[in-house]
Design a protein around this ligand. Structure first.
Ligand SMILES: [Zn+2]
Length: 342
């Protein structure tokens, strides 16, 4: 069960127990590209399977979920729209009243539940609250805050975290990726299997990591130079993000949104890689084990361990602001100036 999922063992174990007596609606929340929709789809497959997924060979129902054409798994996507509005909500409500085609239940999967409008939410509430026993809703969003609270409060919330890098590595090895590459992808993805998988064939992965690890020796206290570095860094992230979003079925809007999310994820991974440089600079002087084995020792010991610890903390503190804020360029510039100042 849940074989195609990278990590999330605690969540999948819980869902296997849930499947025996499922609630009427679930909300899967967590960072982008960590596998929320993948886990939700696998949960739908288990819910729909006539053998309760208790079979060694794939059954017809499970195969139809995997190939995306199970008649009782209804995916409600944006399909080019900016939001999920009243019209989609009415369709859901109406479809929910119909009996399942070949399973005991019908499952609605809403991968972009954060795009539900307030009005659409109001239309849906009654269905979520007094669902027919044969309908289960699986909503997916980055945060509970992204959807109307009236909807969120009616769902059982499943919190999903980032996936440890060794598990992403193992998953990539299972997909036939070679060891060196799997390790590099796991590092760059920052705990997001979706990003790692999107970049499997990308040639710039090593360069991305090395660029971030070269930054500390290039930083300057002069704001003008820090600003130029910030621009350069943004230039590492954007093209990689657009290549990572490889799904050809996306509309232009969906692609742009996915690229923005992936860019934010990669910026965060990059900053975390940068933080490991400073953590290593402190570690080598305190005799602790290093995270990166390929850094010039002379560079690492050129900074005092105290400052290295401080810088590592500064970066980790800045990550949330940089991703949440529209003034990302300015925040990056400030961070780089601070890192360079003694
Ligand atoms: Zn099955």
């Amino acid at each position: 069960m849940f074989e195609g999922v990278a990590g999330h063992a605690r969540v999948t174990e819980m869902l296997i127990r849930e499947a025996r007596r499922p609630a009427n609606s679930y909300l899967f929340v967590g960072a982008s590209s960590i596998g929320k929709a993948t886990v939700a789809t696998e949960f739908a497959r288990v819910l729909l399977c006539p053998d309760s997924d208790d079979h060694a060979e794939d059954c017809r129902s499970c195969r139809r979920v995997w190939s995306g054409n199970h008649p009782d798994l209804i995916e409600v996507g944006l399909e080019g729209r900016q939001s999920l509005g009243v019209e989609q909500a009415r369709n859901i409500v109406q479809t929910a009243t119909m009996i399942p085609v070949e399973s005991e239940i019908k499952v609605f999967l809403v991968p972009e539940a954060g795009m539900l409008t307030e009005q659409a939410a109001n239309v849906l509430l009654k269905t979520l609250e007094e669902p027919t026993s044969s309908t289960i809703f699986l909503l997916v969003a980055e945060s509970e805050m992204d959807l109307p609270s009236t909807v969120g409060s009616r769902c059982r919330t499943i919190h999903m975290g980032r996936v440890p890098s060794d598990l992403i590595e193992r998953h990539l090895l299972g997909l036939g990726v070679d060891e060196t590459r799997a390790a590099a992808l796991a590092l760059v993805s920052g705990g997001r299997p979706g990003v790692a998988i999107g970049l499997i064939t990308d040639t710039e992965i090593d360069a991305f990591r090395k660029n971030w690890l070269n930054l500390p020796t290039r930083l300057s206290e002069r704001p003008g130079e820090a600003a130029m570095l910030a621009t350069e860094v943004e230039g590492w992230v954007a093209p990689l993000a657009s290549r990572a979003v490889s799904d050809v079925d996306l509309t232009k809007d969906e692609r742009q949104r996915e690229e923005r999310r992936t860019a934010a994820a990669l910026m965060e991974s990059g900053l975390e890689i940068l933080a490991t440089w400073y953590a290593d600079a402190a570690a080598i002087q305190y005799g602790a084990p290093l995270r990166n084995m390929d850094l010039p020792l002379a560079d690492l010991t050129a900074i005092s361990p105290k400052r290295a610890v401080r810088n590592s903390e500064l970066i980790l503190e800045a990550i949330a602001d940089i991703n949440a804020n529209l003034r990302r360029h300015l925040l990056l510039t400030n961070l780089f100036t601070q890192l360079a100042s003694g």
